[in-house]
Design a binder for this molecule. Structure first.
Ligand SMILES: Cc1cc2nc3c(=O)[nH]c(=O)nc-3n(C[C@H](O)[C@H](O)[C@H](O)COP(=O)(O)OP(=O)(O)OC[C@H]3O[C@@H](n4cnc5c(N)ncnc54)[C@H](O)[C@@H]3O)c2cc1C
Length: 367
């Protein structure tokens, strides 16, 4: 087999091809931008073509006119849960319900070593670690295999992540009984490079001569609608916007994000969640600076979830009147993306920080 994808814009790195290869002939390897791609081990490959045929990124017959069964504005009633969630706490409301049913929840955490990855949780304490947006491409590790095992053992499973990650999971589970699987995707602007994130952490540690022990990519204590990140060092806490600048500049997003086949209303999950920007215009009474989730209920299973959590949430029904670019189209690739990566290869990281993250133009604030 030559390759699974034609160019990098055609691979989200979901790693489903690695798991479905009957010959163990695929490995995920990082490229120079720090994103993982499938690599074919020629000595093991038997050219069966399963990886190409089942590639989760390829979607045919997307229905751009499709509408969800319901569109909701949601706020979890428990204010502590809401304050510790990114938007209105819809994710944790669903996760709490799955835990109550003795189920298993999968989601994205920031590990002790600050790595962003997906993992399995069966306790409230561990599920809480999924709360909050980590603006980095998550490493899926072995979670697809673990989900399959849980489903085979009759467990109820909630899988949360980006649409492309859920598409990968569904590919793996094509011939399995998925009656007990519930999926929840986030509206996604695109996923930044884990390599640049790591370089950023190293840079800030060196500059501050202190070790970072936690990153809050969007610290809600500044308010739901503001975007400020907080770096907790061993000896201090600083707030800045450097990584946020890199994120919104789009230079560090994965190439496939500019060609995302999931940035439309034909959703792949049971429930889609995001920030309900523009809620003030939709329903001023429901606006709240502690956060409001926009929730698309896409399937019958999604409706069952809402029915089961309705005592835990305040919600309003809305119509197609929300501001979300990535429900209509992928994020736009910056014209100078190549210049960024050339600069990265040819200069030290301080150069990148000054040119692209406004380092030194912005001041660090002690929190
Ligand atoms: C890369 C990225 C891009 C985003 N882009 C948008 C956007 O364009 N518009 C918008 O409205 N909102 C965006 N969000 C925010 C997202 O919509 C919120 O996570 C969502 O509103 C959930 O809020 P909540 O209060 O229900 O959940 P929270 O309790 O905050 O739940 C967080 C959920 O996000 C998942 N998650 C966190 N980080 C990642 C990650 N790196 N990869 C995969 N899953 C992750 C967790 O598994 C969990 O399910 C983005 C988040 C990320 C991580």
């Amino acid at each position: 087999m030559e390759n699974i994808y034609i160019d990098k814009k055609m691979c989200s790195g979901c790693s489903a091809c690695k798991d479905i290869c009957p010959f163990g002939a695929i490995e995920m390897r990082e490229d120079e931008e720090g994103f993982s791609y499938p690599y074919i081990l020629q000595d093991k490959c038997k050219n069966c073509g399963k990886c190409v045929k089942l590639c989760a990124f390829k979607r045919e017959n997307i229905d751009h006119a499709k509408l969800p069964r319901d569109i909701l504005g949601v706020k979890i009633k428990d204010i502590d849960e809401r304050k510790s969630s990114r938007s209105g706490g819809m994710f944790i409301a669903i996760a709490n319900y799955i835990l109550k049913e003795n189920g298993v929840v999968y989601g994205c955490i920031l590990g002790d070593n600050l790595e962003v990855y997906h993992t399995r949780a069966i306790t409230k304490q561990d599920v809480n670690k999924f709360k909050g947006s980590k603006y980095v491409k998550s490493n899926l590790k072995e979670v697809y295999r673990e989900v399959k095992e849980d489903l085979n053992n009759g467990k109820k499973v909630l899988f949360s992540g980006t649409s492309c990650e859920i598409a990968g999971l569904k590919t793996i589970l094509k011939n399995e009984n998925t009656e007990n699987l519930y999926t929840c995707d986030i509206i996604c602007h695109g996923v930044p490079s884990p390599l640049i994130y790591k370089k950023y952490i190293d840079f800030m540690e060196e500059k501050e001569n202190d070790k970072i022990i936690h990153v809050d990519f969007r610290d809600k204590s500044f308010g739901w609608s503001t975007h400020k990140e907080t770096l907790t060092f061993q000896n201090k806490k600083l707030s800045t916007n450097y990584f946020t600048e890199l994120f919104y500049s789009h230079h560090i997003l994965r190439p496939s994000c500019f060609n995302c086949s999931f940035s439309n209303m034909d959703r792949i999950s049971d429930i889609t969640i995001g920030d309900f920007w523009g809620i003030q215009e939709e329903n001023y009474e429901f606006y709240d600076e502690d956060g409001v989730s926009l929730v698309l209920v896409n399937t019958e299973k999604g409706e069952t979830i809402v029915e089961n959590i309705k005592d835990e949430i305040d919600f309003i029904k809305v119509f197609d009147n929300y501001k979300q670019h990535n429900l209509r189209a992928p994020s736009v690739q910056p014209e100078n993306r190549e210049e960024f990566w050339n600069d990265y290869r040819e200069n030290n990281f301080e150069f990148i920080m000054k040119k692209y993250a406004k380092y030194e133009e912005q001041s660090l604030e002690m929190v």
